[in-house]
Ligand binder design. Structure first.
Ligand code: S3P
Length: 167
């Protein structure tokens, strides 16, 4: 089974994907990291060169063409579920888990903004407003996930239990 973790930047998708994969003893795939290793460019460099729409095309292609092992945990980029038919595609190909978190908690966790082109120039106050707006746009996509968990204080064990409970 493939488990796709989705949610806004800063909700902990990459860390929790590693913890869950460790518990399930299966590989973890971080799609943003795959983009960086395939293109040889950081996400910020990719945005600068090809713009957001170029990035959305590429990440969507990566999602759908990656050679996934039968069982794995996949950490996705924060915007990926909200473009093209990516959310439907993930729902059709595995379990989808939305790591939900309050905007204020996300702000306090987003320290390293430089590597995230959409928020690199925002201070805390601006970021809070930005996240609230983005979540309004994105929640209709994120909430199509089969499983929704509160990402605050979440660890691999709690995440595994939430997935088991939902079966
Ligand atoms: C983005 C989230 C980032 C990365 C890119 C755009 C977004 O991934 O894909 O900077 O639109 O929310 P993380 O959620 O892993 O930071």
């Amino acid at each position: 089974m493939k488990i796709f973790l989705i949610g806004y930047m800063g909700c902990g998708k990459s860390t929790k994907a590693k913890q869950l994969a460790h518990r399930l003893d299966c590989p973890v795939i971080d799609l943003d990291a795959e983009i960086v290793s395939k293109t040889g460019k950081s996400i910020a460099e990719y945005f600068a060169e090809f713009g957001e729409s170029g990035f959305r095309d590429y990440e969507s292609k990566m999602l759908k063409t990656y050679n996934y092992p039968e069982t794995c945990v996949v950490a996705t980029g924060g915007g990926l579920p909200c473009f093209f038919d990516n959310m439907e595609w993930m729902n059709a190909h595995g379990e989808t888990v939305y790591l939900q978190m309050e905007p204020a908690a996300l702000v306090s966790r987003l320290h390293n903004r430089q590597k995230r082109p959409l928020i690199k120039d925002l201070d805390d106050e601006q970021l809070l407003v930005f996240i609230k707006e983005k979540l309004q746009e994105r929640d209709p996509f994120y909430t199509q996930a089969k499983i929704i968990v509160d990402a605050f204080d979440l660890d691999g064990e709690k995440l595994e239990e939430a997935i088991k409970r939902s079966r």
